[in-house]
Design a protein around this ligand. Structure first.
Ligand code: UFG
Length: 328
């Protein structure tokens, strides 16, 4: 297969490139490097460019006969989306439309889209399956939901097949240590705790201990990056082979919730083997954080035949710690 990976210089995209090349696909990475890093593009041909550039899209899609497109490029900071919604609607919706329209013009029929748990908003029940109402509470989630809706209309009108994959908490790193999580600024729990342990950060602050959960800290569904990527590969195979068509959507998590305190405890255990420890500080709740966010991924397991391999939090933390140690 020949695949265009948009946003392939980012955290999830870079791992996806490795998996696809290892399974025999030919890939081209398109990334504007606004949040990604060229050093993370270790597989495939790299094209630096922006989805706002329609001429570039036309020339890429004209020169190459892509079987499909996987689209990771987006802004994904919930807080920033509240203060600068324009950026989120312009990039996550407007630029995605440019890409979809170019696909329609050049008759590329298969599209895998990075969606998010944030499309659901405040959970009405847990675990969250695909029937859960989608009522996003921030522009980031709203921008992703808009694209999901656009994809339904594009399936009906233009026969564009798509799979929207709604990620819960992506984490971990390449088990072989070649790549890992790299955000600037970093806002995610696991890399922040690991940076506190490696000494790159002074401490980790726990955002609230008064939630209605077992230990009072928020519960999330942490899913290993390679498990996320394997779901993308299966989803792409499913629509490229014609097994299913239309606009489909699946929730991706490992189905187990872990509290912030449980994550800290596992990290402490893992880093202690290297003689490291970390300072934990107490903070206020972060605005917009639901107490519990856990996925019901049975539909993805049944339909895609997807089997997450790294559901165990300690393995996830070990891979992420190996990556963190490359910075110190
Ligand atoms: N947390 C802390 N301290 C920190 C950072 C995070 O206690 O320094 C807590 C948060 O309050 C939250 C948990 O750790 O309870 C996880 O926080 P992350 O920021 O790592 O992840 P989120 O659950 O907030 O974000 C994820 C995805 C987003 C998506 C969101 C949906 O990463 O893309 O779920 O709500 F929008």
């Amino acid at each position: 297969m020949k695949i265009l990976i948009v946003g392939g210089a980012g955290y999830i995209g870079s791992h996806m490139c490795k998996m696809l090349v290892h399974s025999g696909s030919e890939i081209i990475v398109l990334d504007n490097l606004s949040t990604g890093f060229q050093e993370m593009v270790k597989y495939g041909e790299f094209v630096q460019g922006d989805l706002a550039n329609q001429e570039l899209l036309d020339s890429l899609l004209m020169k190459n006969e892509f079987d499909g497109v996987i689209h990771f490029a987006a802004n994904s900071l919930v807080g920033e989306s509240m203060s600068n919604p324009s950026k989120y609607y312009q990039n996550n919706v407007g630029n995605t439309l440019n890409l979809l329209d170019a696909m329609v013009r050049h008759d590329v029929k298969n599209f895998i889209f990075s969606s998010t748990a944030a499309t659901f908003g405040e959970p009405e029940y847990s675990p969250i399956d695909e029937r859960h109402p989608q009522k996003p509470i921030n522009p980031y989630g709203a921008s992703k939901l808009m694209v999901e809706r656009i994809l339904q209309d594009y399936a009906n009108a233009y026969g564009l097949n798509s799979v929207s994959l709604r990620y819960f908490n992506a984490c971990g790193a390449d088990p072989e240590g070649e790549m890992g999580e790299c955000h600037d600024p970093e806002t995610h729990l696991i890399p922040l705790i690991l940076q506190a342990a490696s000494g790159r950060r002074k401490c980790i602050t726990v955002f609230g201990r008064d939630y209605a959960t077992g230990d009072g800290t928020c519960v999330r569904d942490y899913i290993h990056i390679n498990d996320l990527c394997s779901a993308h590969a299966l989803a792409l195979d499913m629509i490229v082979s014609g097994k299913k068509d239309g606009a489909l959507a699946y929730n991706l998590g490992n189905g187990h919730g872990f509290s912030v305190q449980q994550v800290i405890d596992v990290v402490k255990k893992v880093v202690a083997e290297d003689g490291c420890n970390l300072v934990v500080e107490e903070g206020e709740r972060r605005a917009g954080d639901p107490a519990v966010l856990v996925a019901d991924s049975s539909l993805a397991r049944q339909t895609l035949g997807w089997q997450p391999k790294y559901g165990d939090l300690e393995t996830i933390v070990r891979h992420a710690w190996a990556w963190e140690k490359t910075f110190v």
